[in-house]
Each structure stands twice: as structure tokens, then as C-alpha cells.
Design a protein around this ligand. Structure first.
Ligand code: SF4
Length: 97
């Protein structure tokens, strides 16, 4: 499965109801800033004191996009699975119909 940019978002579902954004494993992160420099949606800010990214704007993340996984050299970034996302979207769509 491709871990690229994508969208499964529906205009009728408020973005903040969709739990899709990166999680950083700070025990694995080496502080190279690749994800911070890569993401143009400003999902990440940088904590200078702790030398690691902060997922400061999680709902700026494009639903279904996992592109920052590919830039992290140590696999410190994770997302929910696509199957979890599909189930969430199905549940949310059912709720608004
Ligand atoms: S790309 Fe990975 S190792 Fe580099 S700052 Fe981001 S999470 Fe940390």
C-alpha cells in the first residue's frame, strides 16, 4: 500500500471529528527535522528545548495522507491504519445521513 498523500474527507464531516494525524514516538525520534521541514501544512512545529517536532496543528493534516512517514529515517511517525480510518469515516457518514 502506498503511504502517500491522500484524502478520504467528506465536506459534510467537520475535520475535527476525524482522528487522522501523525503521532511521533519521541523515544525513537532523533531530531533531524525532516518531518518538520517536509510538511507544508504546518502540522508540525519545532520544540527547540526538547529538539523534537510537536504535532501542533493535527487537523491541518490531510485525511488519508501519510507522506511524512516516508521522510522519517527512523520510522518515528505513525498514523491510525487505513482500515481504522475507513471504519471511522463510515461511522461518521452514517451519523450525518
Ligand atoms: S523525521 Fe522522524 S526523526 Fe526526524 S524529526 Fe521527524 S519524527 Fe524525528
Amino acid at each position: 500500500m502506498s503511504k502517500g498523500r491522500g484524502t478520504m474527507q467528506s465536506a459534510a464531516i467537520p475535520r475535527k471529528k476525524i482522528p487522522w494525524f501523525p503521532t511521533v514516538d519521541y523515544g525513537t525520534c532523533t531530531g533531524d527535522q525532516e518531518c518538520f521541514k517536509f510538511c507544508k501544512n504546518e502540522v508540525f512545529t519545532w520544540d527547540e528545548d526538547k529538539n523534537h517536532p510537536v504535532v501542533a496543528n493535527p487537523y491541518n493534516c490531510v485525511v488519508g495522507c501519510q507522506a511524512c512517514i516516508n521522510v522519517c529515517p527512523v520510522q518515528a511517525i505513525s498514523f491510525p491504519t487505513k482500515e481504522e480510518l475507513r471504519k471511522t469515516m463510515k461511522r461518521l457518514r452514517t451519523a450525518i445521513e
